[in-house]
Each structure stands twice: as structure tokens, then as C-alpha cells.
Design a protein around this ligand. Structure first.
Ligand SMILES: [Zn+2]
Length: 301
């Protein structure tokens, strides 16, 4: 997934235009466009910023070099660095709560406006907000998989092992998270990294690393959601990652409307039928209210 580097290298770093004063009027146009259609939603890091998880434009994110799957697989030093940073960030990451935007999406699904959510995020917040049909395009940080035998582990259980073996890593609060849940660490030589309890193999979080491709079955689940919808709404993504952009391309080829809700420019602005430059929480909440998905939306905030 070489395209992830585009979000790390700070290309979008200076583009943060803030809310457009006209977005409330644009929600009317959005509601009008989506009325009577079942639509799918593609979400990115911008949807989770209101839950305290920074996006790729966040402070510090741009200077980090993503670890590649080859480095992780072949070199124990990289694995030590990964698990040290990831474990330090885990408690903060795992305690993030769904925000208004996640809940509006769940309400729209429960009211049959949305037929499915494809997310580039690895935080699991759509499911926790109540969305039922979610494809984790880049995996989920709450699962761990053995690269050698395929055995899967729950991350919370693995965190217990990591804490037991590395008590000095533990209980760091108020850490500066990266979107992938990591924290920058400089000391990791002494980290005892977890091994597979079945075969002693290399454990990896069940997320797509730099240099990996989205698994075929995951990608086809995503394309299937888009194929069955009458419109595609992109929320909180600059679409710099190709796996996301290709879904927009699929929607275009199917001649269904594409809507983008994002602060700042995106790679698909030129082909969008409607573009709202504003935060996803407020726009999605307003959309849910306009379309009458009020059961959840009304107790928001
Ligand atoms: Zn194994």
C-alpha cells in the first residue's frame, strides 16, 4: 500500500480550511440528492478526530515514516519498536468513544438510508456506534494475527501479556497518539515482544501495513457495498490512499452520485457531484436530522 505514504508525507499538511459558513445550506442540497436513495459511506481519519484520534494532518504524524511489512516481518528491532509504541498508545486508543458522526451514520443505517460502511480507520468506532454492515478496509487494531499459522488473538488479551512482560511500558496516559494508535518511542531495546502461543511465530496487528495490499475478500466486500448503493458518500478522507479512491472510481463508473464531506481538499474533488468543506460530525448529524433518522440523532450532544 505505497499510497499510504502520501498521507504521511505532509502533502495535505497545510490544508485545513475549517468550516465553510455555507455548509448548512449545502446539507439541504445533500439531503435532496440522497433522498430516496440507499447510499454507502466511505470514511477516513477525519471521522474519528472528534473522538480524540488525530488524522494524518495532526501534529507529529507527518514526520513519522510508516513501518513496512517487510521490516516488521524480517527484523525484530522493528517489531520491538512497533509493539512499544503501539502498546503505549493502546489504552488511550481503545478508550476512544464514538462521536456524533459515527452515531449519525449508525442512525442512518438503522433507518435504511445507508446500506453499508467502508472505513479506512482501524479504530472499530463505527461498530461501537451501532453500525451493522462495516468493512474494515485496512483491518482493525483490536485483533492480532500470527503471520506464520494464522491464529488470531484479541488485542485486549495481548495487551495483558505485553503489560505483564513489560511493566515499564504501562499506564502511560495523555500520550500523543498517531492515527494508527501508535506513540513515538525512543527506548525499545528491552521490549519483550509477544509470540504466537500456538506456533511461536510472529504476531502482527490485523491491520494493513505499508507495503501490504488490502486482502481480496475484504476489498470485494467493500466493492459489493458500493455496487448495491445508489450513491456514495465519502466522509473525512482526503482519498490519498488508492484503495479508497478506487471505490470512488467504481461509483463513477456505475454513474451513481459521489458526495464528499471533508475538511480540506481531496483527490476526488474534481469528480464529486457535491462537495462540503466542513467537519463530518456536524454535517452527518444535520443530514441524519434532515432525512428523519432522528431516533439516534436526537439524543446526540
Ligand atoms: Zn502461530
Amino acid at each position: 500500500m505505497s499510497e499510504i505514504s502520501a498521507e504521511y508525507d505532509g502533502v495535505m499538511g497545510t490544508i485545513a480550511l475549517g468550516s465553510s459558513p455555507t455548509w448548512e445550506h449545502e446539507v439541504d442540497a445533500l439531503a435532496q440528492l440522497l433522498e430516496g436513495r440507499r447510499f454507502s459511506v466511505l470514511t477516513g481519519a477525519g471521522v474519528s478526530t472528534d473522538s480524540g484520534i488525530p488524522d494524518y494532518r495532526g501534529q507529529g504524524a507527518s514526520r513519522r515514516t510508516p513501518m513496512s511489512i517487510d521490516q516488521f516481518r524480517s527484523d525484530v528491532v522493528y517489531r520491538k519498536r512497533y509493539w512499544a509504541g503501539s502498546h503505549r498508545g493502546w489504552f488511550t486508543f481503545a478508550s476512544a468513544l464514538p462521536n456524533v458522526g459515527h452515531r449519525a451514520i449508525a442512525a442512518l443505517e438503522q433507518s435504511h438510508f445507508i446500506n453499508g460502511v467502508v472505513t479506512q480507520n482501524v479504530d472499530g468506532l463505527h461498530r461501537r456506534a451501532g453500525s451493522a454492515h462495516v468493512v474494515d478496509l485496512h483491518g482493525s487494531l483490536d485483533r492480532v494475527v500470527c503471520l506464520d499459522c494464522g491464529q488470531r488473538y484479541d488485542r485486549t488479551a495481548l495487551a495483558v501479556r505485553l503489560s505483564r512482560d513489560n511493566p515499564w511500558l504501562d499506564n502511560v496516559r495523555d500520550v500523543a497518539l498517531a492515527p494508527d494508535g501508535d506513540v513515538d518511542v525512543t527506548e525499545f531495546d528491552d521490549v519483550v515482544i509477544p509470540e504466537c502461543e500456538v506456533c511461536g511465530g510472529v504476531l502482527k496487528p490485523d491491520v494493513v501495513f505499508f507495503g501490504e495490499v488490502v486482502p481480496f475478500r475484504v476489498y470485494s466486500a467493500a466493492t459489493s457495498i458500493v455496487r448495491k448503493s445508489d450513491a456514495l458518500v465519502v466522509a473525512g478522507s482526503s482519498l490519498m490512499v488508492n484503495s479508497g479512491f478506487r471505490l470512488v472510481d467504481q461509483a463513477r463508473r456505475a454513474r451513481i452520485p459521489v458526495v464528499i464531506i471533508n475538511r480540506g481538499m481531496t483527490k476526488a474533488d474534481a469528480v464529486a457531484d457535491l462537495r462540503i468543506d466542513a467537519g463530518t460530525s456536524e454535517v452527518l448529524n444535520a443530514l441524519a436530522l434532515r432525512l428523519g433518522a432522528t431516533d439516534v440523532a436526537e439524543d446526540i450532544e
